[in-house]
Design a protein around this ligand. Sequence first.
Ligand code: ATP
Ligand code: MG
Length: 359
Amino acid sequence: MTSTSTNPRILTGDTPTSTGLHLGHYVGSLENRLALQDVYDCYFLIANVHAFTTLAEKPDDIRANTLGIVKDWLAVGLDPARSTFVLQSEIPAIAELTFLFAMLIPFNKVMRNPTLKTEIDSKGLGDTYPFGFPMYAVGQCADILAFRPQLVPVGEDQEAHIEMCRDVALKFNQLYCGVGNRVVADEHEKAGGVFPIPKGKVGRVGRLVGTDGKQKMSKSLGNAIFLYDDAKAVQKKINGIVTGRASMTDPIDPNHVLLQYCDVFIGAKDASRAQQIRDDYASGKEVKDGLIKAELGEAINALIAPMRERRAKYETAAGEAMVLDVIRDGIKRANKTAEETLTLAKKAMKLDFVTRVIG
Ligand code: ATP
Ligand code: MG
């Protein structure tokens, strides 16, 4: 499916802040992408420019991580024949729309964005983060709207960003396209707006907690199980989860990360087994953490083993060449749609002095 498709569109993506994707990405967003790939015209974006907001001094890492994410996408089953892979740094319309949209968002609203605040906290950015860091929230509006999608599959942490993106689209359509203040969001395009007002779609698990049991599983926080981790590494990370029980008959908090993981990864195949584990822990029966962790490790490995195998194919020189081809092909297709959007937006803003062709 390409930009000529008449299917409704999806835009979503990942930032190359680490060598690959983790289980949180899988249950928060990738599962949805896979399920919707045939029904929607999908654009999957690698936010490699935004990776510079926290990794500006590590361009080699960002490049390697970019390739790593595409390898994971292919390994999981995102299909570049049906979907368009978008490399942010090669889509000039995104940068241009970022600047134009920055005029439509009050500065204080960006700085109050709860997702940014949480990130500043959890990533320990203090007060020395670059100007570009809060700017990425505006940039993300451009990432999304450049493709005029109806739907954005994301994890819960992105909801504030989606809200900001909806605000920008509403304001743009009202200011420059003559859409009335009373027109409801779903009717904006019909009323002449350049942009649909996109909706977020949160996955089966909106916020998968990390192995530390505290913060969300995150590439940047050292609490992630990666899709490419080998079987031993997965088990080691699971074994490292602390239950803090003094005896094998002590209950554990029903919200404990071990039980959450059992629900998500054992329960996906066998809901009654996940429930039984919960009941056993609550009943005062003797339960050996080690056995539960082994069962959980096995369930996770069964899920990611086929991905790991497929990813290994892309680790060769020929595999890497294939990944670069996929990226280059995606850039061409993505620019076609994004340029179309920019032309419409500039026309609405009376900025249509010349016709530009990027190819
Ligand atoms: P970083 O730590 O660099 O911010 P990240 O692990 O948060 O990385 P992103 O690239 O920022 O990953 O997020 C990509 C997508 O995955 C987003 O839609 C985000 O909401 C979703 N996602 C990330 N982590 C989780 C999680 N733990 N649970 C559910 N969804 C998640
Ligand atoms: Mg993130």
